[in-house]
Write a protein that binds this ligand. Structure first.
Ligand code: UD1
Length: 417
């Protein structure tokens, strides 16, 4: 098992390049199942979650090749199996995104209930309600979901909550359905827009992606295309937060400033200087951060995936901050680890009250989920002494070469196998 060792606090300085968005590329790989042509995806980072998605589409019959120059080719000429591998689906929740494409392309799929980060019960009822409304016959039993539909039919679907995954799954299914599908109260995340752009290049007819109402007119077939996914706004936000918490000066390059607006706004409120350029953002902090309050919300609200990284910054801010987590009901597992490092945090239901302290202290901690792991790295960079982070496979699911990128900014961080 690998661990990350981080010695002593430091002020991050320099430039960091952001990779392609994990949450954009995963649905796009799944969407490549919608055509028998080859899809070419450029600038793809070999994240652990990406490798799992590659294995999933491969297990269904797609030929997949990730070249050394980060070009991913997916060719689903024939779908050979309708049974998604149980262990692969259990490994990562996003693998459930193959359900929409499979129903649309072959009209049949058997898939296990999904796994993923343990940050809440994370049901899939909204995905299933959408498919059922489109005419799919769905049965559940023994940990599996089986669905079939001779031909999906367009329908008006209102989502009780703007779920990112359900919106993506329904859009993909609707692309090859008969007639028009309208999704109301749809998720508006930039990754939805990127998926819609990819599908449109394949020949899909989609309007309104990025708003709460998306209209999809089904077409008979889709063709192959080439695409570069958007930059990872959460990776960018993590480095912005690390720069601020360590009172550093970092240029975050390869980012869409619009996508990180809620993070930029909070950093400014914390007293940080943030300079926005066309495709980069500079974060410069000279003073101890001020406390702030945040509430996580669907986009364009403050992202739940940035909740733990900003908590690490709040731990060393002056004054008391409050975080209210409204998206996932069990996303505070990092708190017990942060407390081991001297953080002063109390939890009251869905809120965490963080009393800032001047310095944290290094400790042996474990990454309880992907973003919790990122938060521990930020805290370790603000701590005296040595921090050892275990269970870092969670971090590798969503950050590529994180220790190299941090080291280039001056962090004393090493991976020990
Ligand atoms: C995606 C992101 C994840 C991010 C989350 C919220 C990917 C691969 N992952 O996850 O990083 O934290 O959006 O921005 O893109 N829900 C239901 N029923 C459903 C579906 C969801 O009740 O059928 C609930 C969930 O339990 C959760 C909330 O809706 O409380 C948001 O979930 P959702 O937006 O679906 O997140 P994911 O797509 O799983």
């Amino acid at each position: 098992m690998s661990t990350l060792l981080i010695e002593n606090s430091c002020q991050l300085q320099g430039t960091v390049n952001i990779s392609c968005a994990k949450n954009a590329i995963l649905p796009i790989i799944a969407a490549s199942l919608l055509t028998e042509d080859k899809c070419i995806l450029e600038d793809v980072s070999a994240l652990e979650d990406v490798k799992v998605m590659i294995e999933v589409v491969n297990s269904l019959g797609a030929e997949v090749k990730l070249n050394k120059d980060d070009v991913l080719e997916v060719s689903a000429k024939k779908i050979l199996s309708q049974d998604a591998d149980y262990d692969l689906i259990r490994k990562m929740r996003a693998s459930f995104l193959i359900m929409g494409p499979m129903l649309a392309r072959v009209g049949k799929v058997k898939i296990s209930l999904p796994g993923g980060c343990a940050i809440g019960s994370r049901p899939i009822d909204l995905h299933l309600k959408g498919f059922a409304a489109m005419g799919a016959n769905i049965t559940l039993g023994h940990g599996y979901i089986e669905a079939h539909a001779d031909k999906l039919k367009g329908e008006s679907i209102y989502l009780d909550f703007p779920s990112v995954g359900a919106t993506e799954n329904i859009i993909m299914a609707a692309c090859l359905a008969e007639g028009v599908t309208i999704i109301e109260n749809a998720a508006e995340e930039p990754e939805i827009v990127d998926l819609a752009n990819f599908l449109s290049k394949m020949g899909a007819k989609i309007k309104g992606a990025g708003t709460d109402t998306i209209k999809i007119e089904g077409v008979r077939s889709l063709k192959g295309t080439t695409h570069v996914a958007i930059p990872d706004r959460i990776e960018a936000g993590t480095f912005m937060m690390a720069a601020a918490a360590t009172r550093g000066d970092v240029l975050v390059e390869g980012v869409v400033p619009e996508h990180v607006k809620p993070i930029t706004a909070k950093l400014k409120e914390m007293g940080v200087e943030v300079f926005e350029y066309e495709k980069s953002i500079r974060v410069k902090a000279t003073e101890r951060l001020k406390s702030v309050d945040i509430k996580t919300m669907p986009y364009p609200g403050f992202p739940t995936d940035m909740q733990s990284p900003i908590m690490s910054a709040m731990c060393v801010a002056k004054g008391t901050s409050v975080i209210t987590e409204t998206v996932f009901e069990n996303r505070f597992m990092h708190i017990s680890e942060l407390k081991l490092m001297g953080a002063k945090i109390n939890v009251d239901g869905r809120s965490a009250i963080i009393e800032g302290t001047e310095r944290l202290s290094g400790a042996k901690v474990k990454a309880t989920d992907l973003r919790a792991g990122a938060a521990l790295i930020i805290s370790a960079l603000c701590a005296e002494g040595r921090t050892e982070i275990s269970e870092i496979y969670h971090i590798d699911r969503g950050y590529i070469n994180i220790e190299e990128k941090m080291r280039k900014l001056g962090a004393n961080i090493t991976r020990v196998e």
